[in-house]
Write a protein that binds this ligand. Structure first.
Ligand SMILES: [Zn+2]
Length: 886
């Protein structure tokens, strides 16, 4: 009776002995009860007796292998060997044992040659074990590798690769007085008892398991001729005991030797085909791979962007679900969905009769639904103005469109491969090669796609294999009626044998049975993936191409529409509160200077209106949209405090503008870019440029600033602007000198630097003089220009500022007395921003009168959609004071 091995029952320690690096593989094997193909030093048979063999029936090459060791042992006092020859089709292994009794009877040697045919080249192990019998068990000393565990009754030590005579010396030391000698007649029984103790140990812990009906049905076909009489040959038929039937030939030696590699491969193939979906494994695979994927994405993002990760995972799930459903409909089996950390996700499944057109549809069914879903989301997002939907939709569109690129391993690549490049091995390998090189290119050029380089390297390494398999497929296509799977799930054995022969011919190095089985399956699958007809190919490829084009167009249009929408409802507009000209009102007497202004912004215009009408008629106040601006003289602090406390409970933002607490104002609006709108913006720009000179602002009333004076001022202000520019930026001579100066400084040439600085000073004076001459010609007003130039020459900045204020400003317009004009802005700037809106940042001497006057003026100049925000900001002077106090 043969047994099969159950890998999940093997202990981690044994896995560790087998391959230290892959002990963790053992952990997975145990966790998921994966069946491993393997063989063991301990023979997986019920009894050794059926395998007793005559020396003349042992293969000569095997005998040759044994000869030196046997010679050595004979020299050490061991008697002639008894032979066992076992061929284990289940493990695809041949074990030959030579058992030699020591003349003392106190020990015997078991020389074992174990050949694993489940791989190419076959793996051979050769080792010797010295065994002594004790009342409770055995003492064993060997030079094999640690392979399987042993029962507690055994006292086993192994000295790997130690020469046999040294192992014998060690064993002699380890033999105790309790050793029971074995007579020549007892030798076989003792050897059998040793085997039985190991067998029972492995059976008890489930490592050895009786063969199931499936295996029993399969193996007789490959077993020696005498087993072939019945398809359910009882394994006892092997038990031709030469002891009871001396005329019987040892069965395995006489029969034509079965091709163990073929048997093992067909067994693997059978297992591959019969593999059932293990739900525990599938779900664990999806969950664990998703967790790794999430961990990897989060790590590479560097911040906790859960929203991003959730969107990616969601999009991938929808995409893969599309593949999954298509595969399910076409009858694929063993479907498994999993994430690939750092790359994406995939669905695997098996179908042996899927023609190319089905494969193409399966590949397209991932991206196409994703593109449709992305398009729907984008439309919904643009209609509802939903930013999250827009992000998800755009992301889905991008990921799925990218997947249509005809480069392996993307879906588009598989479409192109199935439709065109799988038709010839050279085309196939050429396509893979070009795809890998393109991927390396993308990975190197596009930031954040380094993983593509690794994918490409992996596919380059697999290129020789792909070429060999494609060649096998094209050779086999020449054979008519090579065999089709009757049910899409199984490979006819005759066909599998033909394919395997080809596979062994091409892959003559490092081929294991399980690898060979996978190759056979892949070749069979490709063989049955009959290329689509010309019509179908053109149709499917045009579907692919048009999906790609449509997705690109949808993406471009959606982005354009979204951009236009966001320029209309600019989410980054710093001013948030809307004000219309009807929502600006003032009440009470004219406010006096100096004063404090209580600024309170209410939740709604209605609330602001109610509080405004509740104010005393004697109180100077303004309402600006949903904001109230109430004036107090510095002596009215008690009233101010009361109202502040009252408003703070109901308003969203409340503060008092004082000398030390300025209100900073941002106003945005749409101002026409032609006519009065353009003029208004220029007025604002010019005004804010000279605002520290306390000029009359553009929003001052007509009585303060008659139109003819306004026209004159505009000319002067432009003039000042050009004078300030000084014509320096247009002088090519200066530019060259600056470049020379930089070079000289870099060289550390101080003499040259000094010389150039003098030259530059001269040149800039010349440039300014030339500029002034030009401006005099253009504007006239020579006395104004001369005055300005003369003031510029004074060395002291403060003095210069004061003179500009006293001597130039009056020429530009009426200068109000300090603190008296309550519409002035202290500083600010006005500009037109990218989306066509104007932004004005400024602060007023008194925000209540300044802001309302400026806004009313803006409306009169054609401004629309005016928004504002008012924030209290401590002035620098105040900060300094507190800093000193501390
Ligand atoms: Zn896909």
């Amino acid at each position: 009776v043969f047994y099969k091995l159950n890998g999940s029952r093997i202990t981690l320690r044994e896995f560790w002995w087998e391959t230290k690096l892959f002990a963790w593989v053992g952990l997975i094997v145990k966790l998921f009860k994966i069946r491993l193909r393997g063989s063991t030093d301990d023979l997986a048979v019920d009894s050794l007796r059926p395998f007793l063999a005559e020396e003349r029936n042992i293969r000569p090459e095997v005998l040759e292998r044994f000869a030196p060791t046997i010679q050595q042992l004979r020299a050490l006092g061991f008697e002639a060997p008894v032979w066992h020859d076992e061929e284990d089709v289940v493990q695809a292994t041949r074990n030959t044992l030579a058992t030699l009794r020591h003349e003392s009877g106190r020990a015997w040697a078991r020389v074992q040659c174990r050949t694993n045919f489940g791989r190419v080249p076959a793996k051979v192990k050769f080792f010797t074990t010295f065994i002594s019998r004790t009342p409770g068990g055995f003492i064993a000393t060997g030079n094999g590798k640690y392979d399987m565990a042993w029962p507690k009754t055994h006292d086993t030590v192994r000295f790997r690769l130690l020469p046999a005579e040294q192992v014998w010396a060690m064993h002699q030391q380890r033999m105790t007085a309790a050793v029971q000698p074995v007579t020549r007649e007892q030798l076989l029984d003792a050897a059998e008892a040793y085997h039985a103790s190991l067998r029972d140990f492995h059976l008890a812990r489930g490592v050895f398991q009786p063969l199931g009906d499936e295996e029993l049905a399969l193996y007789p076909a490959a077993a020696p001729a005498d087993l072939n009489q019945s398809n359910v040959a009882p394994p006892t038929a092997v038990a031709l005991d030469p002891a009871t039937d001396p005329t019987a030939q040892p069965p395995l030696a006489a029969a034509a030797p079965p091709d163990l590699m073929e048997v093992a491969t067909l067994d693997e193939l059978r297992r591959l085909q019969n593999k059932k979906v293990n739900w525990r494994f599938s779900i664990a695979l999806l969950a664990i791979s998703a967790m790794l994927f999430i961990a990897n994405s989060r790590h590479s993002e560097g911040k906790q962007d859960w929203e991003y990760v959730a969107i990616i995972v969601g999009i991938l799930l929808v995409h893969e679900f599309g593949h999954y459903i298509a595969m399910k409909i076409f009858g694929y089996r063993n479907l498994r969905m999993f994430f690939i950390p750092g790359f994406g996700a995939a669905v695997s499944g098996r179908h042996f009769n899927a023609p190319a057109w089905k494969k193409i549809i399966v590949s397209l069914m991932g991206p196409l639904p994703g593109i449709v879903a992305g398009t729907v989301l984008l439309v919904v997002a643009l209609v509802l103005h939903n930013e999250l939907f827009f992000r998800i939709g755009l992301f889905a569109l991008i990921i799925n469109t990218f997947n249509l690129i005809p480069i392996l391993p993307f879906d588009g690549g598989w479409v192109a491969h199935a439709a065109l490049f799988s038709r010839h091995p050279k085309l196939d390998v050429g396509f893979r090669l070009v795809a890998a090189l393109l991927l390396i290119g993308i990975g190197l050029i596009v930031p954040g796609t380094r993983f593509l380089t690794f994918v490409a390297i992996a596919s380059l390494l697999a290129l020789p294999m792909a070429y060999k398999l494609a060649t096998i497929v094209s050779e086999l296509r020449q054979i008519p009626a090579i065999g089709v799977s009757p049910d899409s799930q199984t490979i006819p054995t005759a066909t599998a044998r033909i394919i395997l022969a080809k596979v062994r011919e091409r892959f003559n190095r490092n081929l294991t049975a399980s690898l060979a089985a996978q190759h056979v399956a892949r070749v069979f699958e490709s063989l049955n993936a009959r290329p689509a007809s010309v019509g179908a190919t053109i149709g499917l490829l045009s579907l692919h191409a048009s999906a790609f084009v449509v997705a690109l167009v949808v993406g471009v249009v959606a982005i354009a529409v979204h951009q236009q929408q966001s320029s209309r409802h600019n989410p980054v507009d710093p001013a948030r509160y809307v004000v219309t000209d009807r929502e600006i009102e003032s009440a009470g007497p004219e406010p006096t200077s100096p004063r404090n202004v209580l600024v309170a912004r209410f939740k709604s215009i209605g609330l602001a209106r109610a509080h405004f009408s509740g104010l005393s008629p004697a109180r100077p106040a303004s309402r600006f949209g949903q904001t109230l601006l109430v004036a107090f003289t510095p002596t009215e602090s008690a009233f101010q405090r009361d109202l502040f406390n009252q408003y703070e409970k109901v308003a969203e933002d409340t503060f008092v503008e004082t000398q030390k607490m300025r209100a900073e104002v941002v106003v945005t609006c749409n101002l026409p870019s032609t006519g009065t709108g353009k003029q208004a913006l220029e007025d604002l720009e010019l005004y804010f440029q000279g605002s520290d000179w306390r000029l009359i602002p553009p929003w001052a009333s007509e009585t303060d600033w008659p139109s003819e004076q306004r026209a004159l001022q505009t000319v002067f202000r432009r003039l000042v602007k050009e004078l300030q520019a000084g014509g320096l930026s247009t002088s090519t001579e200066l530019k060259q000198l600056w470049a020379q100066l930089t070079a000289a400084r870099r060289r550390g040439d101080t003499d040259e630097t000094t010389r150039l600085q003098v030259q530059i000073k001269k040149a800039s004076e010349d440039a300014q003089a030339a500029n002034q001459r030009r401006l005099k010609e253009q504007y006239g007003h020579a006395d104004f220009i001369d005055k300005w130039a003369e003031i510029q020459k004074s060395e002291n900045i403060a003095k210069r500022q004061a003179r500009l204020k006293q001597e130039i400003a009056p020429l530009l317009g009426r200068v109000p007395p300090e603190e008296s004009d309550d519409q002035l802005a202290n500083s600010g700037f006005a500009t037109r921003v990218a989306n066509g809106r104007c932004q004005i940042y400024c602060n007023f001497t008194h925000t209540d009168t300044g802001l309302t006057a400026m806004t009313r003026w803006l409306f009169s100049q054609g401004a629309s959609d005016i928004r504002y925000v008012i924030q209290g900001a401590a002035t620098a002077a105040d900060d300094d004071a507190t800093a000193i106090e501390r």
